[in-house]
Design a protein around this ligand. Structure first.
Ligand SMILES: Cc1ncc(COP(=O)(O)O)c(C=O)c1O
Length: 335
């Protein structure tokens, strides 16, 4: 048996999703007349209470477009030190937008209003202008944890008062919403823009949406074209996204419950030194010092279990819709 826990990006489209893709009515999205893309963009914008949305090939692109729209050199973006936009987007902020980062040492990727306030630069020639605050929810490297709504509200209120735009990297936002039983509109009202991935826990093969005001999305569309992200008959992909949003949201609870089962078993294992608390679909644990990480991952692989490392002695498992009861049973027995 293969149990692929490397990421929730490895999900394969179901027969029903492929059927929705096959029957999509498409146009040319660069020319703006693909009806299925338009339907998806309207659906997501409406759900989050934003004016408009833009369908893009990846979450990296939606994040990088947002940063490009809000910032310019020599500005500064404030985010947590674990943020995907800082660690895992190839230095895109510097490369695409010519901006630097102010990093907050938060709690598993989350910070407080007070921590943010301490990092906003004064209007002084010595400092780069603070041009954007970016949050990530759930936080990948933080172990899939989600932000308290009350802290998001405090931070968002402060950003509005200060006139600093606030962007949300919501690659796994639905995991946070389902875990907290919070609505999209409740989350959406606090952010100027949101990046939402369809190709992670929601199980679509490709695609992310960027939401915001009409004016912001107009600018974003121009940047998408420059970044090479304009797609033609993209409705086939958008159809998978619509299917995912209609069918694969509530079931994220199953992934969360499975991650909890893994957590419980790992807690009792002598080879585990420590673990991050499990809040959604990501399990991150550290191996005892005398265990070789490469050997451990190879041993798992020999048994058909695929995982990735997230740093020194650290292993990550991500649950998703390709991991059913049989896979969990096999994994727990093998562990
Ligand atoms: C938190 C977060 N943001 C953004 C991305 C980027 O998404 P993509 O792989 O679609 O570029 C990822 C990918 O894993 C992620 O985990």
């Amino acid at each position: 048996m293969i149990v692929d826990l490397r990421s929730d990006t490895v999900t394969q489209p179901s027969a029903e999703m492929k059927n929705a893709m096959l029957h999509a009515i498409v146009g040319d999205d660069v020319l703006g007349d693909d009806p299925t893309v338009i339907q998806l963009e309207e659906l997501v914008a409406n759900r989050f209470g934003h004016e408009a949305a833009l369908f893009c090939p990846s979450g990296t692109m939606t994040n990088q477009i947002a940063i490009k729209v809000y910032t310019n050199a020599p500005g500064e973006v404030i985010c947590d030190e674990l943020a995907h936009i800082y660690r895992y987007e190839g230095g895109g902020m510097a490369f695409n937008s010519g901006v630097s980062n102010r990093l907050i040492h938060g709690d598993r990727g989350r910070f407080t209003l007070e921590q943010l306030q301490a990092e906003v630069n004064p209007d002084d020639v010595h400092f780069p202008p603070t041009q954007l605050v970016a949050l990530e929810n759930t936080c990948n490297k933080g172990g899939g944890c989600y932000w308290k709504m009350s802290e998001i509200e405090r931070i968002a209120t402060f950003c509005r008062t200060e006139g600093i735009p606030i962007h949300l990297d919501g690659a796994r936002l639905y995991n946070a919403l389902v875990a907290q039983k919070t609505s999209e509109a409740e989350m959406g009202k606090h952010f100027d823009s949101i990046s939402l991935c369809l190709s992670k826990g929601l199980g679509a093969p490709v695609g992310s949406l960027l939401t915001g005001t009409k004016d912001f999305i107009k600018k974003a569309k121009r940047i998408r074209k420059i970044f090479g992200g304009g797609m033609r008959q993209a409705g086939y992909l958008a159809a998978a996204g619509i299917y995912a949003l209609d069918n694969n949201v509530e079931r994220l609870e199953i992934d969360h419950a499975n991650a909890k089962k893994i957590e419980k078993v790992l807690h009792a294992m002598s080879f585990v030194k420590s673990m991050k608390p499990v809040d959604t679909n990501i399990v991150i644990f550290t191996l005892q010092d005398d265990i070789n990480l490469i050997d451990y991952l190879a041993k798992l692989e020999q048994k058909g279990i695929k995982a990735v490392s997230m740093g020194a002695q650290t292993v990550r498992f991500v649950t998703h819709l390709g991991i059913g009861e049989a896979e969990i049973e096999y994994l727990l027995k093998t562990l």
